[in-house]
Design a protein around this ligand. Structure first.
Ligand SMILES: Cc1cc2nc3c(=O)[nH]c(=O)nc-3n(C[C@H](O)[C@H](O)[C@H](O)COP(=O)(O)OP(=O)(O)OC[C@H]3O[C@@H](n4cnc5c(N)ncnc54)[C@H](O)[C@@H]3O)c2cc1C
Length: 334
């Protein structure tokens, strides 16, 4: 049937979790379809174009603590896809003392370039928002908002948990009570992110970024200084979770004005803003992640939940979760 896609594994979400899982599964000879609601793959590792410039709007850098992720990152460094941006943030970052010296990595061309590399030889269908999954005998059927259907022996759900659980509702899929409670306990901090294309430079200290963990504005970074926006100075500003909640229902103009006010300290009088963009991340960072790297219910055909809410947060946690979930599903399907 032309409107039906069949594969061994259907992966929902093309963030780093979904792509690492997809690479694991295809590496073991399984067919994989990745479906993504957005126009571009990457999820929270997004890079936006603004004017002639580029800016990382979600994840700004990543760190490495596990040997498994280190192997991947070393390969990306060898291929010149990833570079060490900084060992530490500037001492002018108020309250930055808790952040010790360790490499913070960024991707050449922005986080989206690394994502494009990971997605390159995979079957990734963008602009396809899945709306429901349902068991179909020993396997699964799924449908997207354009009524396109997908059949797969296994499904991997990588959206933030509240969105993943929504996909179970139309078919009234139930999870064991304790497991469902553990998933429902995972909540997320929001983050309002502003991008500002300015006509000159900001006097941000090296390495062109300031991290202010407990302030209203937690992050200001110059993407030109970072090396990903050679043709224009684009500044990324992140509001902390509390300030993001306070501003959330204000107008876009008011939110951008509040974020832009944080740049005053670093501007000279001739600096002005040429263009602004707002991105509201409702599910930016998980609070109290699940202790395991993934979750597979035992009362259903093969179905895994994975992402940065499992076993450890941030880019590294997501990547490790994707790798582990991919390996677990491959073992189930062997
Ligand atoms: C503002 C911000 C700053 C951050 N800064 C850092 C940082 O500096 N360092 C760091 O290590 N981490 C950082 N993070 C966290 C990091 O970005 C995430 O932990 C990681 O990218 C999560 O990857 P993921 O694949 O698990 O989820 P996601 O990237 O969220 O991927 C899930 C994907 O599922 C898609 N999706 C959702 N619902 C559906 C549906 N129904 N159908 C189809 N597709 C769907 C989404 O569009 C998305 O692409 C930051 C996050 C944010 C938001």
């Amino acid at each position: 049937m032309a409107n039906k896609t069949q594969s061994d594994v259907l992966i929902v979400g093309s963030g780093i979790t979904g792509l690492m899982a997809a690479r694991t599964l295809t590496g073991r000879g399984l067919t994989v379809t990745v479906i993504e609601r957005d126009e571009q793959p990457g999820g929270r590792m997004a890079t936006y174009t603004i004017g002639p410039g580029m800016a990382d709007v979600g994840a700004q850098f990543f760190t490495v603590s596990s040997p498994v992720f280190e192997t991947w990152v070393n390969q990306w460094i060898d291929e010149d896809r990833v570079f060490e941006w900084s060992q530490r943030w500037s001492r002018s970052s108020v309250g930055a003392t808790p952040f010790g010296s360790q490499p913070r990595y960024a991707a050449r061309g922005g986080m989206c370039s690394l994502i494009d590399h990971l997605a390159a030889d995979l079957d990734v269908r963008t602009r396809s928002r899945l709306v429901a999954i349902a068991p179909n005998g020993p396997s699964w059927e799924a449908i997207d908002e354009k009524s396109k259907t997908y059949e797969a022996r296994a499904v991997l759900l990588t959206p933030p948990i509240p969105l993943a659980l929504d996909l179970l509702k139309p078919a009234q899929i139930t999870l064991p009570d304790a497991d469902r409670a553990a998933l429902e306990a995972i909540t997320y901090m929001p983050c309002l992110a502003g991008l500002f294309w300015i006509n000159s430079t900001l006097s941000l200290p090296e390495p062109g970024a300031i991290h202010l963990p407990n302030a209203q504005i937690t992050w200001i970074a110059d993407n030109r200084h970072k090396g990903i926006s050679p043709n224009a100075t684009i500044i990324t500003v992140h509001a902390g979770p509390e300030y993001s909640r306070q501003l959330w229902h204000r107008t876009e103009w008011e939110i951008l004005a509040a974020l832009e006010a944080s740049l005053r300290l670093y501007k000279d009088p001739n600096t002005h803003t040429i263009e602004r963009q707002l991105k509201a991340w409702q599910y930016a960072m998980p609070i109290m992640p699940h202790p395991d790297r993934f979750y597979i219910p035992d009362n259903l055909p093969p179905l895994a939940f994975a992402g940065d809410a499992f076993g450890g947060p941030r880019v590294e946690g997501a990547a490790l979760s994707g790798l582990a979930a991919g390996a677990a599903l491959a073992a189930r399907l062997a």
